[in-house]
Design a protein around this ligand. Structure first.
Ligand code: FAD
Length: 449
């Protein structure tokens, strides 16, 4: 009789879960385990923590429907996993790999401490990290080249669970309470509603922060309540209209590939010429950015949405990140840590990859001299100011044009709208045109040997 321990991490589902499918097919008995690693819980901000606990609770509920439960233990995986292997007499450990440097290091240490083999699969992306390489054996540095190979490479079939008995043993910890419940069934429902109602308009609506135009599946993909491969299958089944959404899933895989290949990317510029930028890192300006009090309505709306909900629309993530790095000349790592803390979908490969992309320090990023103009972005993507009115209500009385740049209004217009600058809403903390030149100069100086 063979027994496997399935160590769940960011793959909190039973469907299309390669580690679960392998273990339940190849062994007679399996023990589903989750280790509540305090270090990870403490590092997660409130929204990510709630999403994580919600997903664990939901996996437990799915196992209970099968007459079993998720065995949860508080502690350090380095001690817990070998102890549980010994406790159930497991012959193997089955898990899905993780590309973050912390997890990769932890998994190597646990593997070294185990006397049984570890069967590692990949269950959080579509194509496994390390599988898409150029002829020189590196991850393509240009996304379009990566995407071509990504599409041409064979896709794994859906991972179907086997017949193993699911072990239930005494002991284990109680899962902390959370009011967020993100089950795999809910994620599937959200995916199908998105495909039926919004996929056709995704190419245009995905850039409009006031519209629910995107899938809102990033938290499910992060915790693994939804299989990215299943999301791709469902979008492909919808026909050619699925392509733009599938492309975004490939971006996600690209950033995972890059971090898996080069773990130091987590805090070093991928393009070494940009490691010498002289950041200003002004503490008051960083505080104003975090608080949504920069005087740039679109930046403030995004930062307030993030602080209130743990989510920010992708277009606004780009605008707020660009504003911090270029307009305020603040080190991208400061912004990355802030986003990572607050985003419910905060995910190291995606967050680092996108921040490096916005900062121009990553591969295939826009050239350093292209600097987003927050006001023009605002007028283009939130033309009637609906998103601004939702998150910066003190400007709600301004008309659709004026709301993007209240500091340009004359005193009569401000009085008519009942707004006093610096009392009701701050004046801009920088002049964009001047800041743009300053940023370009700083980047240019870093590039000059
Ligand atoms: C500065 C910055 C930081 C970001 N940090 C994160 C992060 O920590 N975690 C995270 O999941 N995404 C991050 N993103 C990417 C993107 O903003 C979110 O994935 C997206 O907004 C989530 O909403 P959605 O699920 O409705 O997206 P949709 O538009 O419906 O996209 C579908 C899925 O594709 C993937 N995806 C979409 N855009 C990107 C992208 N630019 N990069 C990688 N994957 C993408 C996501 O998994 C997303 O759920 C960041 C983007 C920026 C500019």
């Amino acid at each position: 009789m063979s027994t496997a321990l399935v160590w769940f991490r960011r793959d909190l589902r039973l469907d299309d879960n390669p580690a679960w499918a392998t273990a339940t097919a190849e062994h007679d008995r399996v023990l589903p385990l989750f280790v509540l690693d305090r270090l990870l819980l403490d590092r997660a901000g409130p929204f990510r923590r709630a999403a994580m606990l919600g997903a664990i609770t939901s996996l437990d509920a799915a196992l209970r429907e099968l007459g079993a439960r998720l065995h949860v233990i508080n502690g350090d995986p380095l001690e817990v996993v070998p102890a549980m292997v010994a406790a159930v007499g497991a012959n193997a450990v089955s898990l899905n790999g993780d590309v973050t440097p912390y997890a990769a290091h932890r998994d190597r240490e646990v593997d070294d401490a185990l006397v049984v083999p570890v069967h590692a699969s990949w269950g959080n992306g579509v194509q496994p990290p390390g599988s898409i390489l150029t002829a020189d054996g590196i991850v393509p540095r240009v996304f379009s080249a990566f995407y071509r190979r990504w599409q041409q490479q064979e896709f794994a079939p859906e991972a179907v669970p086997g017949e193993a008995e699911i072990l239930t043993i005494d002991g284990g910890a109680k899962i902390p309470e959370t009011d967020v419940h993100t089950s795999a069934a809910d994620a599937e429902d959200r995916l199908h509603t998105f495909i039926e109602d919004r996929l056709a308009d995704y190419p245009t609506d995905r850039d409009l922060p006031a519209v629910l135009g995107t899938s809102r599946l990033s938290i499910d993909l992060k915790t693994g309540t939804l299989s990215a491969a299943n999301a791709r299958r469902a979008a492909i089944a919808a026909g050619p209209i699925g392509a733009p959404f599938v492309r975004q899933l490939a971006w996600r895989d690209w950033f995972a590939h890059l971090l898996y290949e080069t773990p130091t990317l987590v805090d070093t510029a991928q393009r070494p010429e940009y490691s010498a930028i002289e950041w200003r890192n002004d503490p008051d300006e960083i505080t104003a950015w975090k608080a949504g009090m920069t005087g740039f309505p679109i930046v403030d709306a995004g930062m307030r949405e993030l602080a209130a909900t743990g989510y920010m629309h992708n277009r606004v993530r780009m605008i707020t990140a660009s504003f911090l790095v270029k307009d305020l000349l603040v080190d991208w790592r400061i912004g990355e840590r802030h986003f990572r803390h607050l985003l419910a979908d905060g995910d190291v490969p995606q967050n680092v990859g996108n921040w490096q992309w916005v900062a121009g320090t990553g591969p295939d990023a826009a050239p350093y001299f292209r600097v987003f103009n927050p006001t023009l972005q605002s007028a283009k993507f939130d033309p009637d100011g609906a998103y601004l009115r939702r998150w910066v209500p003190e400007l709600a009385s301004l008309d659709d044009r004026a709301i993007h740049e209240p500091s340009k209004l004359g005193p009569f217009e401000l009085v008519a709208a009942g707004i006093t600058l610096d009392a009701d809403y701050p004046s801009p903390i920088v002049d964009h045109a001047t800041a743009r030149v300053r940023a370009i100069d700083a980047y240019k100086a870093a590039r000059t040997p």
